[in-house]
Ligand binder design. Structure first.
Ligand code: 3H9
Length: 677
């Protein structure tokens, strides 16, 4: 074994245990692959060894190939070669799995002749989430062991499965003791040491199931829309079942893997993997900063936001006290939380017992005084500065010393809110996105006086409640809504130039956004922020609102809706737009889809550049994380700033100038220097 190899071997009489110690997640980098190869060679060559066990130190079995090596020249043996070598061994090799055996790690286990796992282990091939496919034989071995249906699910959807499910599917041979993995794996290896023939996945045959493939494609069509990788995963699984010899199937898989790897989609998705993890880090706060303990949370406001926010904590087992001003509003809010949980239980996501357990740690109350023992209080009342300031003044008097006071405001000045307390250092913004129990983004707004440990505590809290946190400075709309607000004006200009709303929306949904500008307005409510005077008509929006076209809730807005909420273009809206258009002196202009996208999204990129220049976001990748997790920007395009790089910043600048938008200095500088974000 080379010096300082992450792989070491230990002999247990006639069993050789090959151990990886490559923190944090035992990624299968070059040194690990070399060490594994050497370990297997050692076991095969030594006549006193009858069987081998592969296991990992630390928190997990191999979590996959080392993603940081992708796109660089390969060092050492390829993972597929190492796995083939394991399988070819004439002595049994047993994978001993704990933590998560993912991607290449899962593929290593499939090359082993046997697999044992602790009950808490998970195995899976999440490569599709990186725009890839299992490229070391996984697509050919999984169907041969577990059948087409599970293989499709595991590869093309990519969620890991539990040890129990894997055991039932034949992917795990035995579930062993949670605390005795190594000893149990060695005992298992001895049991099978003399058994022949050795079970080799590559020698099995999988039965084709074209109907299952078609059903799977149909069931997931929406989820897969726009992505290249799912279809490639499916094609590989089909190859494993259509009589193609294993070696040819592996070659097909390899070619498909390389095509995906060289493409923009996978580059974007790999970038997002690291961007998401990077976002959790605050540059000027040291990693070891002591955190405040958050054992109990208070939420003020039991409306849609307050209820959704509370659910995040309840689901994570953190008790919540929820406050409202009136009993009926409180009852309604609590009722919605229960109903949401019960619906999830009906869908089999968890048991009814779990529903009761989560509801059991929720304390509804009408008194703010009951928040005195909370470690974190989140305000989720309506957006009015005076009302918020009054509330924070009260919370300041009630909350215990050291408690964190957070506002869920989506655009108000957090510093002004903090100024209403005597402890501005304990005040922070926690901007959840609606529906707050579903959307993954948490914009954490750092006030001028927010204490470093308060920020660090809130950032760390995101993970247990299933959120991805991004830090924003204090500015109107923070990162996300500030950028979003930039597309209203160009959309309106296009309307005035004769482009119908449904065309503008379609360009955005074809681009991969979950909905367009006008679909979003109809969902949120056309009347939001409306002055409520039906005689005062200064914009198309005013005209729609005056006619009761308030969006989905009134079954008409920018679109007409049928009883199933299916939208169709509205002749009435077309007339209103035409009336405004003919009064404006705008000439008609045709737009290609690409021009619509440029007109709407370049101004957002431009605003993103200003946000970066002002230091409101720490890094361009943070802006991208906001858009992926808060607004459903298609992950295969990597967020607005990454996307702008792929378009070319010079092209973005030219597009902005053509439409008369002043170009942000940072964007201009970067474009001129040929740089990227
Ligand atoms: C593959 O296998 C391709 C093969 O089929 C074909 C080959 C030919 N590589 O997530 P965490 C880093 S593709 C490099 O915060 P957790 C991560 O960036 C791979 N680095 O921990 C972070 O670094 P930092 C298929 C990796 O406990 C640190 O480890 N596999 C990798 O919340 C801790 O990560 C996957 O897609 C990697 N593969 O979650 C699995 N993985 O501390 C990807 C992690 O500097 N990994 N890092 O920010 C995961 O899903 C999660 O990391 C895991 C642990 C669930 C394992």
């Amino acid at each position: 074994m080379p010096d300082a190899s992450p792989i070491r071997t230990e002999r247990h009489d006639d069993v050789l245990v090959i151990i990886s110690d490559n923190p944090p997640v035992n990624a299968l980098g070059a040194a690990v692959r070399m060490g594994l190869e050497a370990g297997i060679k050692e076991g095969v060559a030594d006549a006193s060894i009858k069987a081998m066990v592969i296991r990992c130190d630390g928190r997990t079995f191999f979590a996959g190939a080392d993603i940081t090596e992708f796109g660089k020249p390969m060092q050492g043996p390829g993972l597929g070669t190492v796995i083939d070598m394991i399988e070819a061994s004439d002595k049994p090799v047993v994978a001993a799995i704990h933590g998560t055996a993912l991607g290449g790690g899962c593929e290593v286990t499939l090359g082993c002749h046997y697999r044992v796992a602790v009950p808490s282990a998970k195995i899976g091939t999440p490569e599709v989430k990186l725009g890839l496919l299992p490229g070391a034989g996984g697509t050919q071995r999984i169907p041969r062991i577990a059948g087409v249906k599970l293989a499709l699910q595991m590869t093309a959807v990519g969620d890991p499965i539990s040890a129990k499910a894997a055991h039932e599917a034949g992917l795990i041979d035995r579930i062993v003791g949670e605390d005795s993995l190594e000893a149990d794996a060695i005992a298992f290896a001895r049991e099978v040491a003399d058994k022949r023939p050795l079970p080799r996945a590559s020698e099995k045959t999988a039965t084709a199931d074209p109907q299952a493939v078609e059903e799977f494609k149909k069931a997931n069509a929406r989820k897969f829309r726009g992505f290249d990788a799912p279809a490639a995963n499916i094609a590989c699984v089909v190859k494993a079942t259509d009589g193609t010899p294993f070696a040819d199937g592996v070659k097909f898989e390899r070619d498909e893997f390389m095509k995906l790897m060289m493409g923009t989609q996978s580059a974007a998705q790999r970038y997002m993997f690291f961007a998401e993890r990077q976002a959790a880090k605050v540059d000027d706060i040291p990693a070891g900063t002591a955190l405040r303990k958050i054992a109990k949370v208070g939420v003020v406001g039991a409306g849609t936001m307050g209820g959704g926010i509370s659910m995040n904590f309840l689901s994570a087992g953190i008790p919540v006290t929820i406050v409202e001003t009136a009993q009926d509003a409180l009852d309604r809010g609590v009722g919605v939380i229960r109903r949401n949980y019960e619906n999830s239980a009906k869908k089999g996501r968890f048991t009814q017992d779990k529903v009761e357990a989560m509801m059991g740690i929720l304390t509804p109350t009408l008194s703010l005084d009951d928040l005195a023992d909370c470690d974190l209080v989140i305000e989720a009342i309506y957006e009015n500065m005076d009302v918020k300031k009054e509330l924070f003044g009260k919370l300041d008097a009630i909350a215990k010393p050291g408690a964190i006071l957070a506002s869920n405001t989506s655009y108000l000045n957090v510093d002004e809110i903090a100024g209403a307390t005597k402890r501005p250092e304990d005040v922070i913004g926690m901007h959840f996105f609606s529906p707050a129990n579903v959307m993954k983004l948490l914009e954490v707004v750092r006030g001028a006086k927010t204490a470093p440990d308060v920020l660090a505590t809130v950032m760390a809290l995101a993970k247990p409640i299933g959120k991805v946190a991004v830090v924003s400075g204090v500015c109107p709309g923070f990162i996300g809504n500030r950028m979003l607000s930039q597309r209203g004006a160009p959309a309106n200009t296009m309307l005035m130039q004769g482009v119908p709303p449904e065309r503008i929306d379609k360009a955005l949904t074809d681009f991969g956004m979950p909905m367009g500008v006008y679909q979003m307005s109809d969902l949120a409510g056309v009347d939001i922020g409306w002055h409520r005077d039906p005689t005062r008509i200064e914009s198309i929006r005013d005209a729609l609102a005056a006619k009761g076209r308030w969006g989905q809730k009134t079954k008409k807005g920018w679109y007409d809706y049928d009883e199933n909420r299916n939208p169709s273009p509205s002749p009435e809206v077309a007339e209103i737009i035409e009336e405004f258009r003919s009064k404006s002196n705008q000439a008609r202009r045709d737009y290609t889809d690409e021009e619509i996208i440029g007109a709407l999204l370049y101004p957002m990129v431009n605003e993103g550049a200003k946000i970066l220049d002002e230091g409101m976001a720490q890094r361009a990748s943070d802006v991208d994380v906001v858009w992926i997790y808060g607004y459903g920007w298609p992950v295969y395009r990597g967020g607005p700033m990454f996307w702008a790089n792929t378009v070319g910043l010079d092209k973005v600048v030219a597009g902005l100038e053509k439409n008369g938008v002043p170009v942000a200095p940072l964007l201009k500088r970067k474009a001129e220097a040929g740089e990227k974000f």
